[in-house]
Design a protein around this ligand. Structure first.
Ligand code: ADP
Ligand code: MG
Length: 365
């Protein structure tokens, strides 16, 4: 996939810009707080429908303005895809999506049009953070590839919050206990769908990440991923989840929250058999994220049949020569958007189109 136009209108500190990126490397260079990450955020927003740094959409609208808008147009094997996201301040519907000229009814319709991999310093949290970070990594990846996955995930989340609400009611009024049944059914049904895809994806990612990591460490380190779940190695996940939910009802009512299900799952990320989160050095943790991100890139490219775009925000300066080179080799065929404060951060990674970023203005060099 190749983005051939990006238009921002009242998005963050951009009043209005349009750029035509090159097919290879696009470098956004400037001092701090000029608007480099805002560009990456805009592109990512059109791929996944949400910001990578805020859950509040209106933060992305330029201050004092009622609306903000991003349009990304990209060429793919099957033709041109254009996604527009319109953000509205203080409106009931805060986010409107257009695919070409057509207004989308649901966020899920966004997926499948644009496809991107974002790599930023915060991704270290995939290794160092809690299970929710790792689940989000998988969920975002799989949602971009499958609208169905996204809908299953959404329905699971909805059923979970409904069941928790009912648990609170039941703790006051025990006769309401049977009203838990339909929510258990729904959790088990959607949970089984989500779990199956997450497990399959983790196994495949594990193979890809291992190979990236071997390359990065001259064969010294073996990186493995394993999906950690109460429902692993179960033939009928749906049935087992149903039984567990039923068995844990008393506890759940007492705690007023659902204690079992795929919202508790995790991925174990190990180097030479040891948990990277706990035992990995800073350097190993950084290499592991890089391998993971490269694996994500291959995974998405395989499933889509073409490369996604790659967004590298502030990561180049953090990589040593060796890793930078490995990354450079790997991305030579991929349209990349990279931000940095100094051109020397890029080393020999290659040259491409250079944009100077200053106070929400872009100048192509
Ligand atoms: N909603 C907004 N409206 C206007 N300016 C904003 C908004 N949100 C952030 N900014 C400004 O954008 C700049 C930060 O942009 P960012 O892309 O994160 O910088 P960097 O170049 O360091 O990556 C800051 O100057 C900040 O004040
Ligand atoms: Mg930045």
């Amino acid at each position: 996939m190749k983005v051939d136009s990006l238009i921002l209108k009242d998005f963050r500190n951009y009043e209005g810009v349009q750029i035509t990126p090159g097919p290879g490397m696009n470098v956004f260079i400037g001092s701090n707080a000029q608007g480099k990450t805002n560009i990456v955020e805009a592109l990512h927003l059109c791929c996944v429908g949400r910001s990578h740094r805020t859950s509040r959409d209106d933060e992305m609208i330029r201050w004092e303005q009622p609306f903000g808008r991003v349009t990304v147009r990209a060429a793919q094997q099957d033709g041109t895809h254009e996604v527009t996201i319109i953000l509205a301040r203080g409106q009931k519907k805060k986010k409107n999506i257009k695919i070409g000229e057509r207004k989308a009814e649901r966020i899920g319709e966004l997926f499948g049009h644009l496809c991107g991999v974002l790599f930023s310093p915060e991704d270290l949290l995939i290794i160092k953070g809690g299970p929710a970070e790792r689940r989000r990594f998988l969920d975002m990846l799989l949602s971009q590839l499958s609208t169905v996955y996204f809908y299953h995930l959404q329905r699971y989340a909805k059923a979970l919050s409904e069941r928790n609400a009912v648990l609170r009611e039941v703790s006051q009024k025990p006769s309401l206990r049977p009203t838990l049944d339909p929510w258990d059914e729904m959790l088990a049904q959607y949970g089984a769908e989500v779990a199956a895809r997450r497990m399959e994806a983790t196994e495949h990612l594990s193979r890809l990440a291992a190979s990236e990591h071997r390359h990065l460490t001259d064969g010294k380190e073996e990186l493995t991923l394993r999906y950690v779940s109460a429902f692993r190695d179960t033939e009928d996940v749906r049935q087992k989840m149903l039984e567990q939910l039923f068995a844990s009802r008393e506890d759940d009512i007492r705690r007023q929250t659902t204690g079992c299900g795929i919202h508790r799952d995790d991925i174990s990320i190990r180097i030479n058999g040891k948990e990277t989160r706990v035992f990995g050095s800073q350097g190993q943790q950084r290499s592991a994220v890089l391998s993971l991100k490269m694996a994500q890139l291959s995974f998405m490219a395989e499933r889509k049949g073409e490369n996604p775009i790659l967004l590298l925000d502030d990561v180049m300066s953090e990589l040593d020569m060796n890793r930078r080179l490995a990354l450079g080799e790997r991305i030579s065929q991929i349209q990349t958007f990279v931000t940095c404060t100094d051109i020397s951060d890029l080393g020999d990674t290659g040259n491409g189109v250079l944009f100077q970023v200053e106070k929400g203005m872009l100048t192509q060099k």
